[in-house]
Design a protein around this ligand. Structure first.
Ligand code: GH3
Ligand code: MG
Ligand code: MG
Length: 308
């Protein structure tokens, strides 16, 4: 990946000196220059610099205003900024660090010190990037069921709380579908547990395919899945559930399960409705509907009981 540094200073001589010093050691592939904070900010937004070296005193927009602007943009957080200050200007140094600068360098600067400080900032940045990546991976691993790649039950609870809150605040529908594979025990008994796992992953993937960007699918238990469908009425929820039911029914499994036909039963409930005023009642209504789908012969979709 190419590395870019942005040098902001109203003095062309200083900019030239900084760029030359850094290019001599080959720390960056691209060098951008700006003569004040505003120009620098525009370049930073466009070219995503990996490090900024910024003067304090500049016409039009000084270094502190520049720091404030950068602070206000979430996508620019984490870009190290080294301030250039006058030799005796202690207040600027402290104020810069307090406003988000990573370090400062006193003018006239020593070439070796500039390079050393830049290297330290790049090292910190790369460690922070690694940490961020590791955290994202960890978050993914904590939220995902590894067999089906759907969200796990723990994360489903989080999603549901969030979506329910949003639905109530915005006065919008929230539909919930509970799906259970029919006679799944028999699949395991006939083809073995490993093939059972293949069926689970296939049904999960069919479930995922029915959903739009804001919908979520989770593995709730062994062979039970939950679909969370915001902004969708009961009729809409039934449509999604029935599409999934049909897709599972028609799915051709790989050998040795060529002759296997799998079906699912589903229960659908929707907020708001007289029976549903909480996550618990939404879940209970969907679960009772699923129970009726099983009682009614399986391979079918049932909805929550009509009021009255
Ligand atoms: P019903 O139509 O009433 O839902 O019958 P069923 O056989 O699907 O339901 P039951 O709850 O009796 O059995 C569920 C089976 O799912 C039993 C269990 O061994 C199996 N199971 C649960 N988790 C896994 C898993 O991760 N992999 C496999 N292969 N099987 C699983
Ligand atoms: Mg089952
Ligand atoms: Mg079950």
């Amino acid at each position: 990946m190419s590395n870019c540094v942005l040098v902001i200073d109203d003095s062309p001589a200083i900019r030239e000196q900084v760029v030359r010093t850094l290019s001599e050691v080959g720390l960056f592939d691209r060098y951008k220059e700006a003569k004040d904070g505003l120009e620098g900010f525009k370049i930073l937004i466009d070219s995503k610099a990996d490090l900024v070296i910024c003067d304090v005193d500049m016409p039009r927009m000084d270094g502190f205003k520049f720091l404030q602007l950068v602070e206000s943009r979430p996508e620019l957080q984490g870009v190290p900024i080294i301030m250039l200050t006058g030799m005796m200007d202690f207040n600027s140094k402290i104020r810069g660090l307090e406003q988000g600068a990573s370090d400062y360098l006193t003018k006239p600067f020593d070439a070796g010190e500039l390079v050393a400080r830049v290297k330290v900032q790049l090292k910190i940045k790369s460690l922070q990037d690694e940490l961020k990546k590791a955290n994202e991976l960890l978050k993914r691993l904590t939220n995902i069921d590894h067999l089906t790649n759907l969200f796990n039950r723990r994360y489903l609870a989080e999603i549901l709380d969030g979506e329910f809150f949003r639905a109530r605040r915005n006065n919008e529908y929230l539909s919930l579908v509970i799906v259970d594979i029919d006679y799944f025990k028999k699949v395991n008994d006939t083809y073995g547990h490993q093939n059972g796992d293949i069926v689970l992953a296939a049904v999960a993937s069919l479930a995922q395919r029915q959903l739009r960007a804001y919908d979520s699918a989770a593995r709730y238990g062994g062979e039970e899945f939950v679909l969370v469908i915001p902004g969708t009425s009961l009729a809409g929820g039934v449509m999604v559930a029935d599409r999934l039911r049909q897709a599972v029914l028609e799915f051709a499994f790989p050998p040795p399960m060529e002759d296997l036909t799998v079906t699912v039963s589903a229960g659908v409930a929707t907020y708001p409705s007289p029976q549903v005023d909480s996550v618990d009642s939404l879940f209970r209504q969907a679960d009772e509907a699923l129970y009726r789908a099983k009682q009614g012969g399986r391979n079918r979709v049932e909805t929550m009981t009509p009021p009255g």
